[in-house]
Design a protein around this ligand. Structure first.
Ligand code: ADP
Length: 448
């Protein structure tokens, strides 16, 4: 096993990785921008290196600075966390070329799945149904219109290099398609340096169902069940739960089989997530994430498996510490993503935390790098805490969610805690009766 791991990330996810390392007796190196000098991930790590100014481009995305930090501190391996360089195949290659171990899958798999046009093709080759759409990338608006006539409106124009809900535009008809095409490819060029787009039928009431897998590259692939991440705003997840209230045992088994078979056939090695849209009893592949995911804790809560520990083991060429038969998925788990944003307007709300009081008690987990006196900088993702609940049943879990949200105090900035409190009392949520478009309508109603 590694002696020292550099964590190329910040915030709660850097802490999460630090915690797994600590429990395995591995020393940690934090990297940070100037504005993060007092951040919790820096305070808790064994060593830390400043890698640049606040702008992520010059710090957390600064590959030479991160590799230098690893060399100076004598780290054996680098964990990229979530976001930043986690799905950057060139980074994975450079880490390896410089003699460190990349804690993640092979750069070939990152590259394949990072291009959603290629990923769709790979899924089709494996016999996995995809959302009906274009076979490959679409070169111009005219071609898009021809294809759309066959696929049928509404159409979603999506960026091949997309992520984080960006580079996506809906067109209700042929007239809007030209505009949607131009807007999506322009946004994709700016955000991902690749303007290539493709088309998918825009499903009217899908649920987002994803399967967490772990594969050791030695033929062992296990799953930790599915997650329902349908509560989204701007195509970004807000609350996730497992198991999905929408699936019966047969459907659950079917989607899990799609994911585990695909991982095995791809010869995948590492933690990964296969994402599907589920509508009218059918699953359609949308993408695979070749990394740890923000919502991984709910799978940990029901399975008892430490996903980061397994990532470290796989990277160190050790077998998984369990087989599928050792994993019992028990109870229900929910994650509330708490952002530093106003809960009604969603305006970012950086600033100093004047009071911080996290909830506790049975079945409550808080993953956060906040503390009293900490100043949330305006430069990064607005996620500041994840409240994760576990209960024997979904009902118990929702009651626990209400109780924990009531206890949670984050003062000095606005957060989305009130949004989660509203959700916890909402009949559709309580009934598990929602799709990926539900939350947008709920938010619009609450504003009106
Ligand atoms: P990203 O990589 O940006 O997260 P995804 O392809 O994973 O993009 O899609 C993110 C979300 O956007 C999905 O969970 C879903 O809510 C919505 N979405 C994506 N494709 C479709 C589609 N074809 N029809 C309806 N909604 C979609």
């Amino acid at each position: 096993m590694f002696e020292k791991v550099l964590i190329a990330n910040r915030g709660e996810i850097a802490l999460r990785i630090h915690r797994a390392c600590r429990e395995m007796g591995i020393r940690t190196v934090a990297v940070h921008s100037t504005v993060d000098a007092n951040a919790m991930h820096v305070r808790l790590a064994d060593e830390s290196v400043c890698i640049g100014p606040p702008s992520a481009r010059h710090s957390y995305l600064n590959i030479p600075a991160i590799l230098s930090a690893a060399a100076i501190t004598g780290a054996d391996a680098i964990h990229p966390g979530v976001g930043f360089l986690a799905e950057n195949a060139r980074f994975a290659d450079m880490v390896t070329e410089h003699g460190f171990v990349f804690i993640g899958p092979s750069s070939d798999h990152i590259r394949l799945m990072g291009d959603k046009v290629k990923a769709r093709q790979a899924a089709r080759d494996l016999g996995i149904p995809c959302v009906p759409g274009s076979d490959g990338a679409v070169g111009d608006a005219e071609h898009a219109r021809q294809l759309a006539d066959d696929i049928g409106y509404p159409i979603l124009v999506k960026a091949a290099g997309g992520g984080g809900g960006r580079g996506m535009r809906v067109a209700e008809g042929a007239i809007q398609l030209g505009e949607a095409f131009t807007a999506a490819s322009a946004e994709a060029r700016v955000s991902f340096g690749n303007g290539e787009v493709y088309l998918e039928k825009y499903l009217d009431q899908p649920r987002h169902i994803e399967v967490q897998i772990l594969a050791d590259g030695r033929g062992s692939v296990v799953h930790l069940g599915e997650r329902d991440c349908s509560l989204q705003r701007k195509h970004q997840k807000v609350l996730e739960e497992t198991p999905s209230p929408a699936l019966n045992a047969r459907e659950r088994a079917a989607v899990i089989k799609l994911a585990t078979d695909a991982a095995a056939q791809l010869g995948y090695r590492g933690a990964g997530t296969f994402e599907f849209l589920y509508q009218d009893g059918a699953f359609f592949f949308i993408e695979m994430n070749t990394r740890l995911q923000v919502e991984h804790p709910i799978s940990e809560m029901v399975s008892g498996v430490d996903v980061v520990r397994e990532q470290l083991r796989i990277a160190a060429d050790l077998p998984l510490s369990m087989g599928q038969a050792d994993i019992a998925l028990e109870g229900h788990a929910i994650e509330c993503r708490i952002n530093a944003e106003n809960a009604a307007s969603f305006q970012p709300s950086p600033g100093e935390i004047t009071t911080y009081l996290a909830p506790g008690g049975l079945g409550v987990r808080v993953d956060s790098a906040l503390y009293q006196g900490y100043v949330v900088p305006p430069h990064y993702d607005s996620l500041v805490a994840k409240l994760i609940l576990h209960g024997a049943s979904r009902n118990e879990c929702i009651m626990r969610m209400r109780r924990a949200l009531e206890e949670f105090v984050i003062a000095g900035i606005d957060t989305t805690i009130p949004l989660h409190q509203q959700l916890a009392g909402e009949p559709d949520f309580i009934d598990g009766n929602y799709d990926v478009h539900w939350l947008e309508r709920f938010v619009a109603r609450a504003r009106a």
